[in-house]
Design a protein around this ligand. Sequence first.
Ligand code: GLC
Ligand code: CA
Length: 551
Amino acid sequence: MEKDWYRRMCFYQIWVRSFCDGNGDGIGDLYGVYDKLPYIHSLGVDGIWFSPLYPSPNADYGYDISDYRNIHPEYGDLQQFQKVLQRAHELGLKVIMDLVVNHTSDEHPWFMESRKSKDNPYSDYYIWRDARKGKLPNNWDSLFEGKAWEYVPERDQYYLHLFAKKQPDLNMDNPKVREEVKGIMRFWLDMGVDGFREDVITFISKKAGLPDGLPFLPIANGMPFYKDGPRIHEYLAEFRKVCEDYDCFQLGEGPMTTTKSALSYMTGKHKSLDLMFHFDHMMADCMFTEYIQRPFQLKRLKHAFSKWQYALEGKAWNTLYLENHDHPRIISRYGSENYIRESGTMLAVCYLFLQGTPFIYQGQEIGMTNIRLKSIDQYVDVSSKNNYHTFHLKDSIEKRLARIHASSRDSSRTPMQWDTSANAGFTTGKPWFYVNPNYTRINVERQEQEPDSILNFYRRCLCYRKQSEVALWGTYHEYYRSSGKIYMYDRVWKGKSLLVICSFAEHLISVRFPPKYRQQQGKMILCNYKDSDQENRKLRAFETRVYEYEI
Ligand code: GLC
Ligand code: CA
């Protein structure tokens, strides 16, 4: 078996509830996924990452798990999952599962037992503390909902929840909890899955004593005491051992992670993760979370991309993504809804040609955009609702709603737009959530028929990547770093190079090629305008080109 096979792959992320409804109850499920496997395969991806499919009360849509060894009845059952897994494997697609072990649902049997008393087999599965001088155990904020502590009268104690109230944090310092995690991993690996995307895995070890956080870091005030905590490497080493018995890989989500801390997980004596998701390039129009907005600046995006490309070169491997279930749609953020096709294709190039393993989120490949609902009551995401009801309360309703329009995770969770029939072909029933009304223009069926659609452009990019050594392995160098309109980089590998040019401007701009590429003529292998003359040095709105050179 090839070591590090995940390095030449590209993944498609499925958030199943909104992907495709196979049985007409309005909720996406594994019957729908099964039917769409040929479509997924046709994109040219090599694997699927499933956001959580497990039973869940859906306080955080699957990230609050009440049974780790089963499938949510709304999505199917274990048998249907195995059918999907088998067919995916037959098509050459790897499958990775979400492993959410920083917390469970408060409806998980462990927590239901734990909350009953201080001396039952599960009482130490979670992080319980007494009140401190009649107040909360410490000053930490939850990342989703108010303070990080919730009182339970039966124990006369508080439990810690870094996320929603219905997501109590597990006590990873308890060896029994770690055994549970390993058991869960083995359960899915034995079934044949190929790896895990490990949810907020860098948060699982909390500093002993849970010290008060810095008051000037709202929401994240406790983070210095739970991010990359003191025993994290020890715990991850235990989990890594399980994976060593299987041909699988581990991808850790690292909110706010730095290149230095990411390298500590992916290299050296503590190597415990193969890949990591960082968030740096998601901050080009916001700070810390999409809710705290600032105008998009290309320089910030380029800086983040370059920082990670340079830092990991020769040491570790990048993950590449622009969208997932936690972020609003990228065209609405870094592109333009007036130039959906142009900016959607340009954005595809800008990240798919970097060095790393790309992830494409459902709907991104057809250029889906943000939804703008009229009232906050129509939104369902716990963090959006909480932000709306907690911050900027003096602003007008319009202003507050505009912030939600720009930031809500619900924008990436609207039903997938398959065709122009009712409900975008997502369901024959009543969809569980609003379909973006632009589905009549933006849908898979239509883009299948248009050779230059975003969908077919993604296919071309992936097809090229797959057979190109330089696109896969080439080293990265950025040009014109100070340009606020153009992102340009090259990749170099064994006598070949790729020059990637992306315009983020809505108007015509001229481009200068780097000196290295002025003398000889490259071969233009991709462009998002039909009639592009490769000698032309003017770029139209969101134009992108990729040139291949022999050097
Ligand atoms: C991760 C998930 C997100 C979830 C959170 C808590 O960031 O991607 O969807 O809400 O963890 O589990
Ligand atoms: Ca269904």
